[in-house]
Design a protein around this ligand. Structure first.
Ligand SMILES: NC(=O)c1ccc[n+]([C@@H]2O[C@H](COP(=O)([O-])OP(=O)(O)OC[C@H]3O[C@@H](n4cnc5c(N)ncnc54)[C@H](OP(=O)(O)O)[C@@H]3O)[C@@H](O)[C@H]2O)c1
Length: 286
């Protein structure tokens, strides 16, 4: 699989990485299935694993931890903090380290920074960012990150306020059409040389009928790596097959995909663009 440099972290990763949010009971993925998917991903060369404190009340982190306790050295683990305040973030870091059965994180992210109000709270005095900076000074975490999938200008502003090492961003073909991170944010991040991770590749399942082409589209963006949120071994195998045979998408292929998915570009199909997740009519406004 093609590998790409991960910003200024000194690491390179294969273009395909694993989002671990969906390795949980509520997605129909049992503990043994989750462990098998994580082990298979490692066997096939995947090194980068994304999870979060908030996913399924910790079950996603716990399942990554079941593999990390024996194979930590092979894994780059990124998890996220939901709390906006410093003390809350410190508590969540303790929870995450315990569930992940590790004494350090490779990357710790401010999670779902989808409004300027949340960015303000997290970067204010006494905000969560202070806990990330402290943890990096103490060597408990290695890199500081932020995620967003609503309005790319929030992440552009975040980079003005703080030199984040990496950013996790929306990179689905649907995102091309509205508040495009690929158009508005990625050039800014790449000019700064920071690591970029794409998500929402299967459009939060809405692009399942176009999964191979949707993944091909995201892999063809100038991102460092792309996380896909598999919940079955079959999905992982399909995604590996696409990534292992990767060649950049041609312009005619991209235009044909735009034409085919255009009817899906509606608020109800893109809830991650809403300020308030779960209220898809509430689109982000600037
Ligand atoms: N703000 C944030 O930081 C944030 C937010 C959301 C997610 N994430 C991260 O991003 C990862 C990806 O999540 P996402 O929301 O971006 O979802 P996604 O990858 O766009 O969609 C994944 C879902 O699409 C369906 N699917 C159909 N065919 C597939 C295939 N070949 N390969 C994979 N999935 C296929 C599956 O649903 P079925 O199993 O139901 O078929 C799967 O669970 C998560 O695991 C998480 O780590 C981060």
């Amino acid at each position: 699989m093609e590998t790409r440099t991960f910003g200024q972290t000194g690491q390179s990763f294969p273009i395909l990485s694993l989002g671990c949010q969906r390795l949980v009971d509520e997605e129909g993925c049992s503990e043994s299935q989750a462990v098998a998917i994580l082990e298979r991903a490692l066997e096939r060369g995947i090194r980068y694993f994304d999870t979060a404190w908030i996913y399924s009340a910790g079950q996603s982190e716990q399942r990554v931890g079941l593999v990390a306790r024996d194979r930590r050295d092979e894994m780059w683990i990124a998890t996220k903090v939901w709390a906006t305040d410093r003390d809350g973030a410190k508590q969540q870091l303790e929870d995450s380290l315990g569930r992940l059965q590790t004494d350090h994180l490779d990357e710790w992210r401010l999670h779902n920074v989808s409004t300027f109000e949340r960015l303000d709270a997290m970067t204010a005095k006494g905000g969560a960012l202070e806990a990330l900076i402290e943890a990096r000074e103490q060597g408990v975490i290695r890199h500081i990150s932020i995620s967003g999938h609503a309005d790319p200008q929030i992440q552009v502003e975040a980079l003005r306020r703080f030199p984040f090492d990496t950013v996790l961003m929306a990179a689905s073909v649907l995102d091309h059409f509205i508040y495009s991170f690929a158009e508005e944010f990625l050039p800014v991040a790449n000019a700064k040389g920071i690591g970029t991770i794409g998500m929402k590749v299967i459009g939060y399942k809405k692009l399942a009928d176009y999964a191979e082409r949707a993944l091909h589209y995201a892999l063809s963006l100038p991102l460092s790596t792309v996380i896909v949120g598999c919940s079955t071994m079959e999905q992982l195998e399909m995604d590996l097959a696409v990534a292992e045979s990767y060649k950049p998408m041609t312009d005619p292929e991209r235009l044909a995909l735009f034409r085919d998915v255009l009817p899906l570009v509606k608020p109800e199909n893109m809830p991650w663009k809403a300020k308030d997740w779960g209220n898809p009519t509430d689109w982000v406004t600037r």
